[in-house]
Structure formats: C-alpha cells, structure tokens
Write a protein that binds this ligand. Structure first.
Ligand code: ATP
Ligand code: FE2
Length: 325
C-alpha cells in the first residue's frame, strides 16, 4: 500500500511517500524566525501554504510516481496551531477529492511515538516524548493505546527552551542555540528543581533562568538550565521505568535532538540494564514520514480510513483520544 503523507501542525511542513512501512521519500521545510514575537500562526500557515504543493510534486517526481500510484492519504489532524492545521486539512481534502482517495487523520504525537517502532526497532518501550508542545512519558498498550505515566504540569520542555532562547536574543526554534551555548559554559549555576511524583514543572526554572539575564553569562545560564531541566526529566523517567518495568527506553520529538539529553538517558538506561533505543535524527523533529508510518500502523491494526467529506482537524487533542475521529 502506498501512502502520501502530510505534516503541518507547527513550524514544519512535510510531505512523504510510504510503501507499506518503507519510507520512500521524506521532504520537509521548517519555518524559522528572528522576530522578537517568535512564531506567529498566521506566518506559519502562509509558509506551509506556499510550499505544500511544490513539496508534493517533488516527492512524487523523486519517487517516480504519479497520483495514480497512491492508495491512501495521511495527514496530521492535530494537535497544533489552528491556522497551519487548516492549510494541511484543505490541501489533503482537495487532493483526496480530486483523486477519489480516502484519508487517515493522524494524531501528531502518536506519530512521534510510532516512528520509533518502525525505524528504531522499538517494541517494548517507555517513550519519552519531548517537543515544543509536549513533555510526556508514555507506554503503548497493545501498540495502539497510549497510557501517559508522567508529564509536565505547565509548559513543555521545548517551549521553555524556546522562550529562554527568545529572551536571550536567539531566533526560533531556540533549543539548538541553548545546546550550543551550554557547551561553552564554565560555571554551574544552581536553579530551581521541581519534580512532583511522576510529573514535572518547568515554569519556575524558566522564570528563574530569565531573571539571570544580564547578571550571569549567557553560556552559564544555558548550561544551568539544560542540566536542571534534563536532570528533572531523568528522575521521572527512572521512576517510570521501575514502575512500568519496560525493557527499552526511547526519546522522540524535537528536543530529543539534544546530544546532552541523549547521553544522559543512554547512561542512565545502561546503568539500569534497560536498552536505550535511538531514533534517527531525521525522524525526531516534525516530519511527514512519521505521519505516513502511523497511517500504515493503523491500517495494519484494521482501522479504516475516512472519506474526504469527513475530514477534520483538532487543535487540542489528547493522545489517549487519538482514535476518536
Ligand atoms: P509537538 O510535537 O509538541 O507538536 P513541535 O511540533 O513544536 O512539537 P518538534 O519538531 O517535535 O515540534 O519539536 C520542536 C522543538 O524541539 C522546539 O522547541 C525546538 O527548540 C526543540 N529542539 C530542536 N533541536 C533541539 C536541540 N538540539 N536541543 C534542544 N531542543 C531542540
Ligand atoms: Fe512535533
């Protein structure tokens, strides 16, 4: 089965073609900005609208296919920013109507998890999903039903990194700048550390770090923030591992690109005799391949696609409800 997949819930617009579980092509383009307000939904929607057709034509051309070779469409239906979601939904609708194809509405976060199963050999993992909008520890029951064991009580790790980066004068997205600056630090700054059982809170840490602006070196602020934020995460992961008894652990989502975070988790997992699984960087941040692979996964679990007229998008959508269409 050949799937044409679209992603566009936030900063990245992507188009991918999947044949069964094989990723044939995975194209993406990310919106970045230096403006002080950060990412504006209207601008992101415009970014996606101006690129999606061109990316689709390129994906078909590069895999020597036409729309006649495609069996089903997959699109990211949420959660995400309203305006970009509308762009993806409209494009998916038009293309499915025009070619009489059905569609799989894919939950973006579920896709971030499932890509690990198909590209990193994951089958019994505690998933650590860290991104711009989410920080969650998840287990998949029967490979289909997410159970959230722990999460942030306020802002997501990626969002905290982006806010700190913005205030320090870096562009959006800011996680990679924080990582680069942290490498050049030479002083460890004590900061607030907030873990509550299986959950964590990043807002106090962020507020504290922001107050250090102008008083401490940017490198040291970045380093202190990262060390505290990641150590908090490691504590809840360790607790979740002992509770769930999972044999594998895997990082997914954009923040998982952070090398320091990867190393911390790898070390902790090895100490506990848990297998650390690594998803290729190409599939960590937002991408359309994960949307296509998730659609294949649903198809394999006997879940049927929907007709074009039933298309929808949901800016707010809990992962536990990913099959509520
Ligand atoms: P969500 O999955 O919650 O909808 P998202 O769609 O915004 O999130 P992702 O691509 O999954 O997007 O994650 C983006 C986040 O990853 C941003 O907050 C960005 O700063 C962060 N990020 C990217 N690279 C790094 C890095 N090297 N270190 C830390 N964070 C990073
Ligand atoms: Fe994402």
């Amino acid at each position: 089965m050949r799937i044409l997949a679209f992603e566009g819930t936030a900063h990245t617009v992507g188009v991918s073609i999947i044949e069964n579980s094989n990723i044939l092509i995975n194209l993406k383009h990310s919106y970045t900005t230096q403006q002080p307000e950060g990412m504006l939904p209207r601008d992101v929607a415009e970014h996606h609208a101006s690129l999606i057709k061109e990316l689709t034509l390129k994906a078909l051309e590069k895999s020597s296919m036409s729309m006649k070779d495609i069996d089903v469409i997959a699109y990211s239906a949420g959660p995400g920013l309203g305006a970009p979601l509308q762009v993806i939904k409209t494009f998916a609708y038009v293309i499915s109507r025009k070619n009489s194809l059905t569609l799989y509405p894919i939950h973006h976060s579920f896709a971030h998890l499932i890509i690990a199963n198909y590209t990193a050999d994951v089958d019994d993992a505690l998933y650590i999903y860290v991104s711009g909008g989410n920080t969650q520890l998840i287990v998949l029951k029967d490979n289909l039903y997410p159970i959230v064991y722990g999460e942030t009580e306020d802002i997501a790790l990626g969002n905290a990194l982006d806010k700190l980066a913005r205030e320090l004068g870096f562009g959006f997205p800011g996680g990679k700048y924080i990582e680069e600056y942290a490498k050049k630090a030479n002083k460890f700054l004590e900061m607030p550390y907030t873990v509550k059982g299986m959950d964590l809170s990043y807002s106090g840490l962020l507020t504290y770090a922001l107050k250090l602006k102008g008083k401490e070196k940017v490198e040291d602020i970045c380093y202190g923030f990262q060390e505290h934020a990641f150590a908090m995460l490691m504590e809840v992961v360790e607790r979740a591992l002992s509770y769930t008894q999972k044999s594998q652990v895997v990082l997914t989502g954009g923040v998982a690109l952070n090398q320091r975070l990867q190393n911390m988790l790898k070390e902790m997992a090895e100490d506990r005799g848990v297998r650390y699984k690594k998803v290729d960087n190409e599939y960590l941040g937002d991408n359309a391949a994960m949307i296509g692979v998730a659609a294949w996964h649903l198809y394999k679990h006997n879940i049927s696609p929907i007709k074009a007229d039933a298309i929808f998008s949901k800016p707010r959508w809990r992962i536990e409800q990913h099959l509520e269409w």
